[in-house]
Design a protein around this ligand. Structure first.
Ligand SMILES: [Zn+2]
Length: 286
């Protein structure tokens, strides 16, 4: 997740999710200068803010890489109505990041238990957390075993594999679920902040609808923007980074995609469920 708007707004979907009880905690990244003002601002709304003492590189995809000396970094921050829960989520996140890739089954299980615990606190549907844990385990096992035939899978990594699999499972690309945390930054117009297990996941649709109903009651313009989601397909490159597409046409077995900068790229039209690949086109609004 890239740093969101630095204005602490009680009407943002994350804060409304907390107010509505749809999530118990909210994770984000903030530059050091924002920590104190945010702490003060949210205290007035009854939220506790806890932040990592270490600064990390502001890279998309959820990876926590410590910032080098002199490099301007961002702090991992958790906000919650409960001080203990905020601290527990932050500790679990930092422990997972420090642990690196699990090298044993026990480590992997501990890591996934931590993912499930923070995922539940952040209001992510269990099916979506489980799908991410599966992709994570498979990416690690493939890398460890270096099985021949798994080269493509090894290259995808857990995030890429989770996205490619979500796409392969999807029957209808629901624009409300065009949530690719960290990839689209402020252009992410979904109310969701997790990668769905599929882009028509019923639990994610229910969550998106609950948040949208709340926005509808308070801000009609924002509701219309969020209801329609991103009004464009998304092209995921081989590194698992998302690009907003200007247009996409089918040519033979491929999508021919024009990106916002005018460049032309391709992606296969059909994903084989057993063999998810990148690049992939997520055909929202097509
Ligand atoms: Zn799901």
């Amino acid at each position: 997740m890239t740093a969101p708007q630095l204005r602490a707004s009680a009407t943002c979907v994350e804060a409304r999710g907390l107010a509505l009880g749809l999530r118990q905690a909210w994770r984000l990244r903030l530059p050091r200068a924002s920590l104190k003002p945010w702490q003060r601002a949210w205290r007035r709304h009854g939220l506790f803010l806890t932040a990592s003492s270490t600064a990390f590189r502001d890279v998309p995809g959820g990876l926590l890489v410590p910032a080098a000396d002199g490099e301007r970094g961002v702090h991992l921050v958790v906000l919650s109505t409960g001080k203990e829960l905020a601290r527990a989520c932050l500790a679990a996140e930092l422990e997972n990041a420090a642990r690196g890739a699990a090298s044993s089954q026990t480590e992997l299980q501990r890591m996934h238990a931590a993912h499930r615990a923070v995922g539940a606190a952040y209001g992510y549907p269990p099916c979506c957390v489980a799908a991410f844990c599966d992709a994570h385990a498979e990416a690690i096992l493939a890398r460890k075993a270096q099985r021949s035939g798994d080269e493509a899978l090894i290259q995808l990594g857990d995030n890429g594999l989770a996205i490619a699999r979500a796409a392969a499972r999807t029957q209808h690309f629901d624009p409300r679920l065009a949530a690719l945390p960290g990839a689209l930054g402020e252009r992410n117009v979904s109310t969701l902040r997790h990668l769905p297990c599929r882009f028509d996941c019923p639990a994610s649709i229910t969550l998106a609808e609950a948040l949208l109903a709340d926005v509808a009651a308070t801000d009609e313009r924002r509701f219309l923007r969020l209801r329609d989601g991103l009004r464009a397909p998304i092209w995921m490159d081989t590194a698992g980074h998302a690009h907003v597409a200007q247009s996409a046409q089918m040519t033979g077995a491929q999508w021919r995609v024009t990106l916002s900068d005018g460049s032309l790229v391709h992606a296969p039209i059909r994903q084989q469920p057993g063999k998810p690949v990148l690049p992939v086109l997520l055909p929202f609004h097509l």
